[in-house]
Design a protein around this ligand. Structure first.
Ligand code: THU
Length: 131
């Protein structure tokens, strides 16, 4: 799947955003190693701290759907600023993805490409675990 197609899917996911408090709508589309795409949107709450970002919604949907290996993620917002992932989402992505993961950041005007390693060098890692 091309970056443009993945970004289009992220914009479609954005339509489901629940963002009545910030008005900042975000969509994410996560491309799995097997070609499946899982999407997510931001889901806000009246108790603001309970808000879930679009990227984490997509990762949790994918893991719940039995996928843990990913090739790329597109993150879209039609409102400025461009939706670079927050620190929490970078760390959640680092749980499953290597630093080479492609990250496409799209706003209404175009998109930028970077890698997870560029966004989060020295991610926290406990090292070897049972899984
Ligand atoms: N948001 C995301 O969905 N992803 C991010 O990486 C950063 C922020 C959402 C959370 C909240 O609903 C809104 O953007 C404003 O912070």
């Amino acid at each position: 799947m091309s970056p443009e197609e993945l970004i289009k899917t992220a914009f479609q996911a954005l339509e489901n955003a629940h963002a009545p408090y910030s008005g900042y709508r975000v969509g994410a589309a996560l491309l799995c190693e097997d070609g499946t795409v899982f999407t997510g949107c931001n889901v806000e709450n009246a108790s603001y701290g309970l808000t879930n970002c679009a990227e984490r919604t997509a990762v949790f949907a994918a893991v719940s759907g039995g996928r843990k290996t990913f090739k790329a993620i597109a993150i879209a917002s039609s409102t400025a600023p461009a939706p670079f992932p927050c620190g929490a989402c970078r760390q959640v992505l680092a749980e499953f993805c290597d630093p080479a993961l492609n990250v496409y950041i799209a706003d209404g005007a175009g998109f930028k490409t970077c890698t997870l390693g560029e966004l989060l060098p020295h991610a926290f890692d406990l090292g070897e675990t049972d899984e």
